[in-house]
Design a protein around this ligand. Structure first.
Ligand SMILES: C[S@@+](CC[C@H](N)C(=O)[O-])C[C@H]1O[C@@H](n2cnc3c(N)ncnc32)[C@H](O)[C@@H]1O
Length: 366
């Protein structure tokens, strides 16, 4: 969006994200205070029996404070991260005019959970399930003996906080992550460029998970990050882009490999994602995908969402022009899961590898 109106809208949105980050502590406290209020309205003998619960609520505030400590550090650099586009606006005036976002607390909290998944030792089990199979296939398909990996271009759309893309770049590939969520982008910029030491920060990823706790310590489960120092080991090989995958990637035949993890179900129309992945791959290029089909727009009103089954998706993949070389179902995977919670979500994900047929290859199925 390059019109003046568009630029103003983008800035206003950027500032509302900043304001939402800033309001994290207040919004989080409000939830706890609401529970205190509920307690206050209970009969006095219930209050007496719930003394421990009241103490637990106080402990949650400490966790919230700890999470909130990280936010100003991140925001300090947010204004300069997009080539200084936002650095010289009249921020103070605009910030006052702009509100926080609806569901803002959930948006900030999901970044804390993603920090656990992508950049903590606690998230290693999830990364082994979700990222490792993709990485192993990339290494197998592009062996060092045959390929100059520096010239193999891998794209990771829906990169979250960038760990998968970072891991691929660490193995010598030229890798780019793409992400459109500003909350993720602002935090990943900090982690990838400015974190100084391993396990520098402590967070409470599930401080807002009020249900299914055996004891308050489940809610107070902590994670340290980053488990590795991200930079400067892969500088040059690694980059992140901001924006909608469908809008940013329009150049045909550019990428050797596209790796998607827990991503394709983020589209209202998954076919558009598949078609774009096909278009941007070089002939002979590879698409590796792992994840479920938890169609994110399925219940969203005012969205034209379609939710084809995996069987239908496979048909589409072939019709678009891919050859499916590997296809597994039932791959056990978790997503930002609190290991201590009574509720454990586990996906039987699909894992497949497709090849964009070379111009010379016939356009039939494998
Ligand atoms: C479910 S998360 C998965 C993140 C990461 N790949 C992982 O496995 O942990 C999906 C990510 O894709 C991003 N995303 C969704 N639609 C996108 C789009 N059209 N363009 C770029 N990013 C998108 C979301 O903001 C979110 O960070």
């Amino acid at each position: 969006m390059n019109t003046e109106q568009g630029i103003l809208e983008e800035r206003a949105y950027f500032l509302s994200v900043i304001n939402t980050f800033k309001s994290y502590r207040d919004l989080s406290y409000k939830r706890v205070q609401h529970k205190e209020k509920c307690m206050g309205s209970l009969p006095s003998h219930h209050k007496k029996w719930l003394v421990k619960y009241n103490e637990d609520l106080q402990k949650l505030k400490e966790g919230i404070d700890k999470n909130a400590e990280f936010i100003p550090l991140v925001l300090k650099h947010a204004y300069t991260m997009f080539d200084n586009v936002y650095s010289n606006m009249d921020i103070s005036q605009m910030e006052q005019e702009v509100r926080t976002l609806v569901d803002g607390l959930d948006k900030v909290q999901s970044v804390f959970k993603q920090l656990m998944r992508d950049w903590s030792s606690l998230g290693a089990a999830e990364r082994n399930q979700c990222y490792q199979p993709i990485i192993e296939e990339i290494l197998r398909i592009f062996p060092e003996q045959t390929y100059d990996r520096e010239n193999i271009k891998v794209l990771v759309p829906g990169a979250g906080l960038g760990r998968l893309a970072f891991e691929i770049a660490s193995r010598g590939f030229k890798c780019q992550g793409n992400e459109f969520n500003l909350f993720m982008l602002i935090v990943s910029f900090y982690v990838l460029n400015l974190c100084q030491n391993e396990d520098e920060f402590l967070i409470y990823p599930w401080i807002h998970q009020y249900c299914n706790n055996h004891c308050v310590n489940d809610q107070l489960t902590t994670a340290r990050f980053p488990d590795v120092k991200p930079m400067p080991s892969v500088e040059g090989n690694f980059s992140m882009t901001a924006g909608d995958f469908l809008e940013v990637y329009t150049t045909k035949d550019e990428w050797d490999c596209v790796a998607t993890c827990f991503f394709i179900d983020c589209a209202p129309n998954v076919v558009q994602f598949i078609e774009t992945i096909y278009d941007i791959l070089k002939p002979g290029g590879i698409w590796i995908n792992l994840g479920p089909l938890l169609y994110h727009y399925s219940d969203a009103r005012n969205e034209k969402s379609i939710e084809p089954s995996f069987k239908v998706i496979c048909e589409v993949i072939r019709k678009v022009g891919f050859q499916i070389n590997k296809c597994e179902t039932g791959v056990k995977t978790k997503y930002c899961q609190n290991p201590n919670s009574m509720l454990q979500y586990e996906y039987d994900s699909v894992f497949f590898i497709c090849k964009k047929k070379d111009n010379l290859e016939e356009n039939g199925d494998v």
